[in-house]
Every structure is written in C-alpha cells, then in structure tokens.
Ligand binder design. Sequence first.
Ligand SMILES: Nc1ncnc2c1ncn2[C@@H]1O[C@H](COP(=O)(O)OP(=O)(O)OP(=O)(O)O)[C@@H](O)[C@H]1O
Ligand SMILES: O=c1ccn([C@@H]2O[C@H](COP(=O)(O)O)[C@@H](O)[C@H]2O)c(=O)[nH]1
Length: 239
Amino acid sequence: MTTEVRYRRVLLKVSGEALMGSQGFGIDVAVADRIAADIAEARSLGVEISIVIGGGNIFRGVAVASKGGDRVTGDHMGMLGTVINALALRTSLIKMGVETIVLSAIAMPEICESFSQRTALAHQAAGRVVIFAGGTGNPFFTTDSAGALRAAEMGATALFKATQVDGIYSADPKRDPDAVRYDRLTHDAVLQKGLAVMDVAAVALARENHIPIVVFSIHEKGEFAKILSGGGRATIVTD
Ligand SMILES: Nc1ncnc2c1ncn2[C@@H]1O[C@H](COP(=O)(O)OP(=O)(O)OP(=O)(O)O)[C@@H](O)[C@H]1O
Ligand SMILES: O=c1ccn([C@@H]2O[C@H](COP(=O)(O)O)[C@@H](O)[C@H]2O)c(=O)[nH]1
C-alpha cells in the first residue's frame, strides 16, 4: 500500500541503548521485536527504510579511554557491538516477515556482507531493509555520524533518530528538569546552541547535504509511522 507520507526514503538511526530495555546491558529480545514491528508498520506505508544501529547497550570507546585505555581499541570494541545489535534486529525483522540484510563497514564475511554503496542501493531497490553495522568503520566517530553518512549515500530524504527522548531540548532533559522542548530547529541552531542530542559531525554532514533530522522517542509504539504520516511528536531539524 502507498499512502501520503512526509518522506519516501529514510535512514533510521536506532538507539543501541534502547535495545537493553530494563536489563541494564545487552539485548532484550522483546524490545528488539517491538522496534521491528514499528519498522514493519512504517514500511507498510510504502516508505523505503535503511537502518544504522548504535552500540550504547554494549560498549562505547570513550569508556575505555576514560579509564586510561586505548581509545582506538575501545572504538573497535564499540563497532563490534553494533554488529551484534544489527544481527539481533535482523532476526526480529525477519520474524515480522521483513526481508532484511546486514552490511558491515568492517569485513566479516562469515557473518554478514560487507558494505559498499552499490550493494546497499541494490538491496534497497530490491525492496529489502538494509541494516548498516560497524558504524562508519573508523574510530573517533559515532553511529550518529554513520547515520548521516549512510543517509547521504542512500539518497535518504530524512535522517530519523529514534532515541531515549521525544525530541531536542534546550539542555539534556535527563539532567535538567527545566529544559524546554523544540518542535522545529535549523541545523545551524542545533550547532550554535550546542544541543548535544547528536554529535556535531553528524549534524554538520546532514546540514551540508540538506537532509532533515527528525528526533523522536523509540519508546512510543507506532510513533515512527505516525510521524511519517504527518503526526506524532518529534523535533524536526531543517535548513
Ligand atoms: N539538548 C538535548 N536534547 C535532547 N537530548 C539530549 C540533549 N543533550 C543531550 N541529550 C541526550 O542525548 C541522548 C541521545 O544521545 P545518544 O546518541 O548518546 O543516545 P542513543 O540514542 O541512546 O544512542 P546509542 O545508544 O545508539 O549510542 C538522549 O537520551 C539525551 O539524554
Ligand atoms: O563510526 C563509528 C561508530 C561507532 N564507533 C564506536 O562504537 C561505539 C558505539 O556507537 P554509539 O554511536 O556510541 O552507539 C561508539 O561509542 C564508538 O566507540 C566508532 O568508533 N566509529
């Protein structure tokens, strides 16, 4: 079915941290299944969706660096965590009947195919959901930057960040109860105000490629499809 939607081709950045549910670490399969159901619902609107998955539920390189360890090794560990998450989300999507392929920025041919833009576009054209694992494949980046990068490479008309909060605030709402939520912002304003919901490199790359960013809560069931259909609760960042 094809319905009237805000965006026809989107890159969805899924929070790794959200995957752990209330467990405190790792993957709660029920949460992965729920996120997969939301993706399947959005797809049924006729939207082409590719996904970058984070790794915050498993490992972040800065955790090693903050304890005096080697940042690059820590980042390698973080990127490997995103591959684990990608395999879990693929399993959940396949259970929902959604044809899904994992492409990794770091070659591991026994486990999944390697990323190339050509391969990714071919899978997308064949109607598959593509999950990009391994971030950008480089240390000192995040999966938000990978999201902006893959959005540009896939010709996505929006970058959706499905995260722990329901939009962008004047400060981190988890730390500042007086933080005020924005409905709309420009890329420039996000950068100038130093709003840390996404890293600077990701916002700058989206700005350069005129890709809107949509920040919404991953915890609200059905929100992804609602926003695509013109409703829902999100902060929308445009030029
Ligand atoms: N100005 C802000 N507006 C909204 N959230 C903010 C802001 N500043 C900081 N944050 C925090 O940023 C977090 C989202 O960033 P982050 O990418 O680290 O998490 P994530 O989406 O769970 O990703 P992952 O687990 O994949 O790394 C929010 O949960 C929120 O607490
Ligand atoms: O391009 C990338 C993407 C990620 N990393 C490392 O992985 C972890 C997990 O990613 P999150 O975006 O924090 O969810 C990240 O902290 C980095 O350590 C990377 O090195 N390069």
